[in-house]
Design a protein around this ligand. Structure first.
Ligand SMILES: Cc1ncc(COP(=O)(O)O)c(C=O)c1O
Length: 484
């Protein structure tokens, strides 16, 4: 075991030592501690530029850690209760792709929720894996997807005993968990690995009032965005593994296929320090975040006309992350997108996300009572001036899967006007980002519902992506005519 404790940040310490040594840098990056890009360095600060270095003996190498990165990995594994931890410099996206590729082989089946993030669908294309989709129940009043039940997973496992793995969102973008403990038990009984997408769950491991982390409950592998709720810098994430159901040696080898050979030391050091902070002060910091979120919920629910979700609003056995402030605005006469835009224009507030019926504010380690009060007061003003007609909503559409995602992606395709695409098989994804849940994936049949939804979201100036055509007037469909 490492000679360090959770109070140490070995990679960060090694970087500071390297800077203190004041060496003549005849290595890349060519900006040489920021001196070669003065305008940028003056703005971001010379300290950050001086730790933007490349792999060298004292600083170890992410591709084959044997020094300070290995020590930092071990401390991260220990902090999260995992056997192994790996720093990721291409976000949780790369972790999700790596864990799906490590747990499966081309042609294998994976059981996964249809409301997964686009990274899971891109993994299906990269890995040639066949999805067995689980559809979460939709709460029609709140217009959000709930979690996945153990019963749903059991049925899928019994119908697909040859599947290799089950992917679980812990939690969804909206902060809602699934029946994870039972799902892990059932999957393991059938010798399937459980992979957790914990992009929104890195803080779960550090406070008893949070839903439990996947690794704590016995999942085999988890990809988590330290940068979302753990305090590190954007794009820095962790992959954790426990046990040998997914071979650690294959995880390392796949990560080396996926990741840059020039991993950013700024990003990696920020994971090292964020892990130290969570392990040593996480509980106290999260106590404050939970109280702030609780206060915000209570005050927002006094406004009238809008509803900040609480645990008691969530039907079924699913838990709600208490720090995610999801506010249903479907009775304001405005869509979530419109409210998000007005909050930005009139009150200088940038929310995390909106959909047709909801807005979402993240309350996290960096918030204080002043930021939260500003949000509450702005919502009070904004909602008061609006009428209260109900709007149409719609969260998850269930397209029919006709062709495997990889075959559709690589298949012969052609471009058609979105208006003419009904009945065709899609060859690309379309999603609102955030949350990055595809409305349609390669291999699925395009229906009128989907075309109407895309048009509605375009009218709402929602950020849509995934298609080759930036305006989404055209969409790529399979070359063969599959129209019914
Ligand atoms: C549920 C979910 N999974 C995975 C990801 C990908 O994470 P990252 O942005 O760290 O690559 C996201 C990003 O928003 C997400 O919401």
């Amino acid at each position: 075991m490492t000679k360090y404790s959770q109070n140490d940040a070995p990679l960060f310490e090694a970087l500071k030592k390297y800077v203190d040594e004041n060496v003549y840098a005849f290595h890349v990056p060519g900006h040489k501690h920021g001196k070669g890009i003065k305008e940028f360095t003056e703005y971001v600060g010379s300290a950050v530029m001086s730790i933007d270095v490349n792999s060298m003996e004292d600083l170890d190498n992410l591709a084959n850690p044997i020094g300070v990165i290995k020590d930092a990995h071990q401390l991260a594994a220990q902090a999260f209760g995992a056997d192994n931890a790996y720093f990721l410099v291409n976000g949780t996206t790369s972790g999700i792709q790596a864990m799906i590729m490590a747990a499966t082989e081309p042609g294998d089946k994976i059981i996964m929720p249809r409301n997964s993030h686009k990274s899971a669908f891109s993994a299906l294309i990269l890995a040639g894996v066949i999805p067995v989709y689980l559809y979460p129940e939709i709460d029609e009043n709140l217009d959000i997807a709930l979690g996945i039940s153990a019963e749903q997973v059991k049925e899928a496992i019994l119908a697909n005993p040859d599947a290799k793995a089950v992917l679980v969102l812990n939690p969804t973008y909206y902060g809602i968990t699934s029946e994870l403990e039972e799902i892990i038990k059932i999957a393991h009984e059938h010798n399937m690995a459980v992979l957790c997408d914990e992009a929104h769950g890195s803080h779960f491991y550090f406070h008893p009032d949070m839903p439990p982390g996947g690794i704590t409950l016995g999942a085999d592998i988890s990809a988590l965005s330290m940068h979302k709720t753990g305090g590190s810098m954007t794009q820095s994430s962790l992959l954790l593994s426990k046990g040998n159901r997914v071979e650690p040696s294959s995880i390392k080898s796949i990560l080396n296929l996926m990741q840059s050979t020039s991993a950013s030391y700024v990003l990696m050091a920020s994971i090292d320090v964020a892990r130290k902070q969570l392990a040593t002060q996480g509980k106290d910091m999260l106590n404050r975040v939970i109280s702030l979120s609780q206060y915000a919920r209570e005050e927002i629910n006094k406004i009238g006309g809008i509803k900040a979700l609480t645990q008691s609003d969530i039907k079924g056995p699913y838990l709600l992350d208490p720090t995610k402030l999801v506010i249903n605005v479907s009775k304001t006469g405005m869509t979530g997108y419109e409210i998000m835009r007005e909050l930005k224009l009139k009150y200088h507030i940038q929310l995390e996300m909106a959909d047709l019926s909801n807005i979402m504010a993240i309350i996290s380690l960096g918030d204080d009572i002043n930021t939260v009060e500003h949000l509450i007061h702005s919502l009070k003003e904004l909602v008061r001036i609006k009428n209260h007609d109900e709007i149409t909503t719609g969260n998850l559409i269930r397209p029919e899967v006709i062709v495997a995602p990889r075959d559709a992606y690589y298949g012969k395709n052609r471009s058609v006007l979105l208006d003419d695409a009904e009945g065709e098989i899609c060859a690309e994804m379309i999603m609102a980002y955030p949350p990055g849940i595809p409305m349609i994936c390669p291999g699925e049949r395009i229906t009128k519902d989907i075309i109407d939804r895309v048009k509605l979201l375009k009218e709402q100036h929602c950020q849509l992506q995934g298609t080759e055509d930036p305006n989404i007037d055209y969409i790529k469909v399979l070359g063969h005519v599959y129209k019914v």
